[in-house]
Design a protein around this ligand. Structure first.
Ligand SMILES: [Zn+2]
Length: 148
């Protein structure tokens, strides 16, 4: 897994109001990683995530200690770590994006004591949304389970 490269956002809340992290929320960008970088760098967008993966890169926008604005639900933002994946409705993530996501999720599951099969969740389980679209949640869950 590459070392995360920090990218700017001011779209987050400091701390987690004492909430313990117990979910990883999987998203797709509907675009490339560069599109996520641009959206999160824009204060007017009002959205962010902790990590984004795509085009051979891993970006970090928000510290895991802080609350990113990705789930469309405040309590899930407080308890979740959000990961964006480069993909579109007609373009699934590439092998690099899956492999990096699996390694990152495995590290997070190990750090926080999470069960990949139940605590890595799709954005669509939080609010009505097409996200994470073409991202295979089961591929990520099973990849993480194989690593742990
Ligand atoms: Zn999403």
């Amino acid at each position: 897994m590459p070392t995360p490269v920090w990218k700017y956002t001011e779209n987050y809340t400091g701390g987690r109001e004492g909430t313990v992290v117990d979910r990883i929320v999987i998203h797709y960008i509907v675009g490339t990683l560069a599109a996520a970088d641009a959206t999160f760098a824009d204060p007017a967008s009002g959205v962010s995530a902790h990590y984004g993966i795509g085009e051979g890169a891993l970006h970090q926008y928000v510290s895991e200690m802080n609350t990113a604005w990705h789930a469309g639900n405040w309590s899930m933002n407080l308890r979740g770590i959000g990961i964006e994946h480069s993909a579109d409705a007609d373009r699934a993530p590439d092998a690099f994006t899956y492999d990096t996501s699996i390694e990152l999720c495995a590290r997070i599951c190990a750090d926080y004591g999470l069960d990949p099969q139940t605590q890595i969740i799709p954005h669509s389980s939080v609010v009505p949304t097409a996200c994470p679209g073409t991202v295979s949640l089961q591929r990520i869950r099973d990849g993480v389970s194989a690593l742990l």
